[in-house]
Design a protein around this ligand. Structure first.
Ligand code: NAI
Ligand code: PYR
Ligand code: MG
Length: 565
């Protein structure tokens, strides 16, 4: 007879086995999302140590004495029996502010850099260029059949740390942890994927612990065909409603794939669209401090890549939505790339691609301090992974031209930030309106405590993903990200602003995500962008009913509805 929990129980307790008649396996709000554990145990015949190795079943020290005996794990966990309340002091969802720097930036960056050393057991799915032609089969190896959200990277631009190849797996894993912790999305529905097409990082080629393919990156048609096959395989395996979040691809591929796939699949690029949304929200909130209208600003963006081009485009969309002509809106946004200010007819380094929309009829310039003093921007936004680029002179110049200079240092991880919170506040006599991509500690300015805002797309993608999945948004337009930004900005209170915050406190992000998703639901149903019908009357209750509840289920027989097999 095959071993299942019923037989284990019978074996362990013999005739003393308690009669189990009542039906109370606790179904959570969404049956489809919350598979009852007894099914899982019976189907997979897990017992003993394998129960502890299965994250769906593991309760750590929370098993009752009885469960430990029934399941063959007595002695495999320490003798203390803890309640979830007692365990929770360590859990991410309940301690976002303290835990996020560990599962997310900056620590996730360090973890990726040292992935070979810290690698113990695999997480997520690795699909290599050698698997071309068989990607669907590899997806079938993933144990969950009903995946709803994928975060995928090819590891080429991991935060501001460059090409980390297969070590980049830490990013999809970290992002999807936030899908659950901040967006309430069931972890069993989430799949992190690393597409290994090689790496151009010489250090990794020489690293004996490197876990990826030791070859140069495959590019060109072969690479494009590989990504095409991946997209088709995901849709075939998990349906066209499965959300695919592109993360930390190289610049030259990120924009191309967004254009290529945005109307064919349910997909978005977090570095372009998610970042744009969180930065725009910070800008909207800052207007309440500076007293300016959006269009009264002059923006100077250091870096003209995924993050800053995305930000520039979304700010333009925001202005045009309020009636400003496109060109007029673009004129208010100036960008700098590695070759200097984006100007027309730039000698030796012509401005190309999306950057051309923002190139000005102006003289070429390269020195940031000089550019700030020439243009006198109201807001300076950095996303160039150039640590310290906002040096003392640059920050003082911003302070000279503005009563309340808006300064965002968005590059990640912390080591890549354009300036620290301390520098932004101290060099502007506490007048800076500051946000950063990675967290900085609070700053005491003559007794006034500032809480620097974390301008990170983590405020956006969990809520947007929740909205996409629950409403069945098939194609994720930029208007969705604008709407999310507007909603996020409304959640910043006057008290938050007084404390220097441009975003609600991190500990409220799960609620923020629910509010963003609910607001998106109102928007997408009104604008025929939803495909989940019937339209729920109470959208918040509807979305809340999908949110993952991490509470433990009891494995004790009295609380089981025993399957017949
Ligand atoms: N806070 C957040 O939520 C996010 C932050 N980021 C961060 O932004 C940074 C950039 O990311 P992407 O835009 O995706 O990279 P990217 O590679 O697409 O763009 C980088 C840009 O910086 C420019 N650049 C390089 N050196 C420069 C220099 N010395 N002066 C001026 N510009 C220079 C490049 O020409 C390019 O335009 C990374 O550190 C990343 O972690 C990215 C996405 C989200
Ligand atoms: C936050 C993020 O997505 C990045 O730095 O790439
Ligand atoms: Mg990213």
């Amino acid at each position: 007879m095959a071993l299942n929990l019923a037989s284990i129980t019978a074996r362990s307790f013999g005739s003393k086995l308690p009669q189990v008649s009542s039906v109370c396996v606790r179904y959570k709000s969404d049956k489809e999302q919350h598979e009852p554990k007894h099914d899982l145990i019976n189907r997979s015949r897990v017992r003993g140590i394998d129960i502890l190795r299965n994250p769906k079943l593991n309760k750590g020290t929370a098993y009752t004495l009885r469960e430990r005996q029934l399941m063959g794990i007595h002695g495999l966990v320490p003798p203390c029996v803890r309640t979830m309340e007692e365990q929770k002091i360590r859990v991410l969802t309940e301690n976002v502010e303290q835990m996020m720097p560990i599962v997310y930036t900056p620590t996730v960056g360090l973890a990726c850099q040292q992935y070979g050393v810290v690698f113990r057991r695999p997480r997520g799915l690795f699909i290599s260029i050698k698997d071309k032609g068989h990607i669907y089969d590899i997806l079938c190896n993933w144990p969950e059949r009903n995946v709803k959200a994928i975060v995928v990277t090819d590891g080429e631009r991991i935060l501001g740390l460059g090409d980390l190849g297969a070590y980049g797996m830490g990013i999809p894993v970290g992002k999807l942890s936030l899908y659950t912790a901040l967006g309430g999305i069931n972890p069993a529905k989430c799949l992190p994927i690393l597409l290994d097409v090689g790496t151009n990082n010489k250090k990794l080629h020489d690293d004996p612990l490197y876990i990826g393919r030791n070859q140069k990156r495959v590019t060109g048609q072969e690479y494009d065909d590989f990504i095409d096959e991946f997209m088709q395989a995901v849709a075939r395996r998990y349906g066209y409603g499965c959300l695919i979040q592109f993360e930390d691809f190289g610049n030259q591929n990120a924009f191309r794939f967004l254009e290529k796939y945005r109307n064919k699949y349910c997909t978005f690029n977090d570095d372009i669209q998610g970042t744009a949304s969180v930065a725009a929200a910070g800008v909207f909130a800052s207007l309440r401090i500076t007293g300016k209208k959006l269009e009264d600003n002059k923006f100077l963006l250091l870096g003209a890549g995924e993050a800053n081009i995305g930000i520039a485009q979304l700010l333009v969309l925001a202005m045009t939505e309020s009636g400003i002509p496109v060109q007029e809106a673009r004129n208010k946004i100036w960008l700098i790339d590695s070759k200097g200010l984006l100007v027309k007819n730039r000698p030796n380094h012509p401005v190309t691609g999306h950057k051309k929309d923002f190139a000005k009829d102006f003289k070429p310039m390269t020195n940031l301090e000089e550019i700030v003093n020439e243009l006198k921007p109201t807001a300076l936004i950095g996303a160039a992974a150039q640590p310290g680029a906002f040096n003392e002179n640059v920050i003082r110049s911003m302070a000279k031209h503005n009563a309340r200079p808006v300064i965002f240092a968005l590059s990640n991880p912390t080591s890549m930030a354009e300036c620290t919170a301390d520098q932004a506040y101290s060099l502007t006599e506490g007048r800076a309106v500051f946000a950063s991509g990675s967290p900085f500690p609070q700053y005491n300015h003559n007794g006034q405590i500032f809480h620097p805002g974390q301008g990170n797309n983590a405020y956006i993608f969990p809520g947007v993903a929740l909205g996409i999945l629950t409403c069945g948004i098939r194609h994720v337009s930029d208007l969705v990200f604008l709407r999310a930004a507007q909603k996020l900005a409304t959640l910043v209170t006057e008290d938050h602003l007084k404390e220097g915050r441009l975003y609600p406190p991190l500990n409220t992000v799960q609620d923020v995500s629910l509010k963003i998703a609910t607001d998106l639901a109102e928007y997408v149903y009104k604008n025929n962008m939803a495909s989940a019908y019937p339209e729920p009357a109470d959208k918040e209750a509807y979305i809340r009913s999908f949110m993952y509840d991490a509470e433990y289920e009891s494995f004790e027989p009295e609380t089981w509805d025993w399957p017949d097999n």
